[in-house]
Design a protein around this ligand. Structure first.
Ligand code: TRP
Length: 340
């Protein structure tokens, strides 16, 4: 960016998605769509967090299968390997080395206080492993290995990002260096964040609300229709301009995401005049959702079917990402006092 003769360095953006299950509309509107916009403006690193997935001990054979599926989904949604660096986390062993260094300066007390860790302790008391405890140091390593300045993540990741800043700052002061910038969260580039609720009337779309209330990018048209038709509704408005209960507001929010504005307007008017028929609303929503998801699903299938192409993309992403990681690691090792 040229500003009064001064060239401002581009922001470096980094974000990852854990390969747990298929991507859904919540991921699309909350993350992928923004990644696609960001790759036009920033120096972007996007990856599949397939080291992080080990905290839940996936079956050994399934790790690459799951990771490549998410890769195909990133690509189908428009993440362009020519514009962004798209790679697998496990293709950067430098991340593991940086993680080791950061762990030496991460304290039990601060790690135990992390909300996501406390949740895991409660939900899986029989598998409270050190990887779970140090989830935030691995995430910090992911981010600072590219000296990222901006991290597009949702609210649930803000605490992790704050710890990233803590660890980066701690490294800088411990080794008297200014190697690492302190990365900041980044909202949607266009501002208007679309809420993607689950179909069961409450909560946001995602694994925690269950498969039946989540529309995956890999869902076939009839699966989407069935899910939408089963969405929770109430007995209808009884007076004009009544406030919508949550489950109805949710359907309108989904419509705002996938339907044309005048379609939303049409059903809003019907609701406000107590003439709405939820069956019609759902049918329309289902068709608009199918029209939205089906091209993505087809592209996912195309990418998944072409293993050589997928491999070429993953290999090229690894090479680009490693160039950045190797450079940072050399600086890190020098700062700590190792030979290179
Ligand atoms: N913790 C993130 C999540 O669960 C995934 C993630 C891992 C990540 N490393 C990251 C996100 C680095 C942004 C940057 O959603």
């Amino acid at each position: 960016m040229e500003q009064q003769g001064i060239t401002k360095a581009k922001d470096i953006v980094c974000s990852g998605i854990r390969p747990t299950g298929n991507l859904h509309l919540g991921n699309y509107f909350g993350a992928l769509r923004n990644f696609v916009a960001m790759q036009e403006q920033y120096d972007c690193f996007f990856f599949v967090a397939d080291y992080h997935s080990l905290t839940t001990h996936p079956a050994p054979g399934s790790i690459y299968t799951d990771a490549r599926r998410i890769m195909a989904q990133y690509l189908a949604c428009g993440v362009d390997p020519e514009k962004a660096t798209l790679y697998l986390q496990s293709d950067l062993p430098e991340t593991a080395e940086l993680y080791l260094f950061l762990n030496m300066n991460a304290y039990l007390g601060e790690l135990e206080r992390v909300t996501s860790f406390k949740d895991k302790v409660r939900s899986q008391p029989n598998n409270v492993n050190a990887g779970l405890l140090t989830y935030p140091t691995l995430m910090a390593a992911d981010i600072i290995i590219h000296k990222a300045t901006r991290v597009p993540v949702g609210k649930d990741q803000e605490q992790h990002l704050e710890m990233t800043r803590t660890f980066a700052q701690r490294f800088n002061s411990m080794y008297h260096t200014d190697l690492f910038p302190l990365p900041q969260a980044m909202g949607a580039p266009t501002g208007g964040l679309v809420k993607i609720p689950a179909l069961n009337g409450s909560g946001k779309m995602g694994k925690s609300e269950g498969e039946a209330s989540t529309v995956f990018l890999t869902d076939e048209p009839d699966v989407i229709r069935k899910k939408v038709m089963k969405a929770k509704t109430d007995s209808g408005p009884t007076e004009p301009n009544q406030q919508k209960p949550e489950e109805i507001e949710n359907l309108f929010n989904l419509m705002r995401a996938v339907s044309a504005p005048d379609t939303v307007q049409h059903f809003d008017t019907l609701y406000n005049s107590c003439q709405i028929r939820y069956g019609d609303l759902k049918k329309q929503l289902a068709e608009d959702m199918v029209a939205f998801v089906e091209p993505l699903r087809q592209r996912i299938l195309e990418f998944e079917a072409d293993e050589p192409r997928l491999r070429r993309i993953i290999d090229a992403g690894r090479d680009k990402a490693r160039a950045s990681a190797v450079k940072t690691l050399a600086e890190v090792r020098a700062a700590i006092g190792y030979r290179n």
